[in-house]
Design a protein around this ligand. Structure first.
Ligand code: NAD
Ligand code: USQ
Length: 387
């Protein structure tokens, strides 16, 4: 299949491109490198050094004999998006290309507006380009489990059958997201569902949990193929941060009591879920939703898993929670769709974190410890990005 990966220079987009190329698909990547600019803005860098896209593409050609096509440009440029769809004529478009940090979206008004504009308008431009240029294209869109929040009822896969005053209907599952970033994903989901209904587009919305890990077999084939590994309080995700904090001998920063539960997924399962979604497209007019997580765990349990596996003493520090989130709550998520398509998950409980500790150790000299402490506070309308 011909697959276009939007955000193909990012943490997840790059390994996904290699995984799909290795599986025999004809792959193109598109990116505007804005993620590399956020690093400059925040004064941080990926723990593992990453090559420029051009060097990555050459390295993949050298080790695999396969070439990926690249498109450099912005999803906010509607003509560029349309021309890319017209030129590459993808069977599937995998859309990772959004500002994806909740703390970044909560820095201040400017960052909130940027996040929603970039994400919502970029996705709208894409929907119009697909509808006008190649409406049979299957859109595989990265959503997030955070769209649902933490409701006191079971979380279904995107849709909910409800009976109200003796009448029954199937509605999009109610959303209660916890940041302006997570809200941007809710807005996207509604726009995509409408485009499926109005124009007969086919789409799969993947509500993914928090990703951990840094390597997949394809990126491990050459150091020039490495993907990024973020540890800072704005872009680092919780488990990756705990691993790096452990290696540095820093306390694991649990926000609040750590009772908040989140869905988790190993990066090796992320790329496999995308392959499964691409190879089993939604029907024309269908807005299909999968919950892309493999297990759910409280933040304190995650800290305990890291502490138990780390071969040294670990301190857990409970910080006053900078976010607004429920400290203890019900959490029960259905996530059977991808397993039915053939996913065989790597569970954290069974995975050795040893290789992640090794990667973190190798690059620990690149860490800026000051960037580990959270400074963005949800209850304020403006926060500094450094303490
Ligand atoms: P990332 O920031 O590393 O990658 C996103 C890429 O998209 C970057 O390379 C960036 O330059 C590019 N991009 C952003 N806006 C663009 C635009 N307007 N035009 C062109 N390119 C643009 O993020 P990631 O961690 O790889 O996440 C990818 C997707 O998966 C995001 O949509 C995110 O919301 C979702 N997701 C991530 C996680 C996680 O834990 N990392 C979990 C659930 C969902
Ligand atoms: N947390 C800590 N300590 C830390 C960092 C985080 O306790 O040092 C807690 C947070 O309070 C939160 C949880 O860990 O309860 C997850 O935080 P996170 O920063 O790892 O993840 P989040 O902000 O939710 O965002 C990440 C990705 C985002 C994706 C989302 C999936 O950055 O792109 O959409 O995970 S989900 O969480 O399912 O919405």
């Amino acid at each position: 299949m011909r697959v276009l990966i939007l955000g193909g220079d990012g943490y997840l987009g790059w390994p996904t491109a290699l995984h799909l190329s290795d599986a025999g698909h004809e792959v193109a990547v598109l990116d505007n490198f804005v993620r590399r600019q956020y690093d400059h803005e925040l004064g941080v860098r990926s723990l593992v050094p990453i090559e420029p896209l051009r060097a990555r593409l050459d390295a993949w050609h050298e080790v695999s004999g396969k070439r990926l096509t690249s498109y450099v440009g912005d999803l906010l440029d509607a003509e560029f998006v349309a021309a890319t769809i017209r030129g590459f004529r993808p069977d599937a478009v995998v859309h990772f290309a959004e500002q994806r940090s909740a703390p970044y979206s909560m820095i201040d008004r400017k960052h909130a507006v940027y996040t929603q504009h970039n994400n919502v308008i970029g996705t709208l431009n894409l929907l119009f380009a697909i509808a006008e240029e190649n409406p049979d294209t299957h859109l595989v869109k990265l959503g997030t489990m955070g769209e649902y929040g933490t409701p006191n009822i079971d979380i279904e896969e995107g849709w909910l059958d409800i009976t109200h005053n003796r009448r029954t209907d199937r509605v999009l599952y109610p959303k209660k997201p916890g940041s302006f970033y997570h809200l941007s994903k809710v807005h996207d989901s509604h726009n995509i569902e409408f485009a499926c209904r109005a124009w007969g587009l086919r789409a799969t919305d993947l509500n993914q949990g928090v990703v951990y890990g840094q390597q997949i077999p394809q990126t491990a084939r050459d150091p020039r193929l490495a993907t990024r590994f973020d540890y800072d309080a704005v872009f680092g995700t919780v488990l990756n941060r705990f691993v790096i904090q452990a290696v540095l001998g820093e306390p694991l920063t649990v926000y609040g009591s750590g009772g908040q539960v989140r869905g988790l997924i190993d990066i090796r399962d992320t790329v496999e879920c995308i392959r499964l979604a691409v190879e089993h497209p939604a029907e024309p007019g269908e807005f299909r939703v999968f919950n892309q997580l493999t297990e759910a765990m409280s933040v304190l349990e995650m800290a305990k898993v890291v502490a138990n596996q780390f071969p040294g003493p670990i301190e857990v520090e409970h910080l006053a929670n900078p976010r607004v989130e429920q400290a203890s709550h019900y959490y029960n998520v259905r996530h059977t769709g991808l397993v039915e398509l053939g996913l065989r998950p790597h569970l954290l409980s069974d995975t050795l974190l040893e290789s992640l500790f090794r990667i973190a150790k190798e690059h620990r000299h690149r860490v800026d410890r000051a960037a580990l402490r959270p400074t963005v506070r949800w209850r304020r309308t403006s926060s500094p990005v450094r303490s």
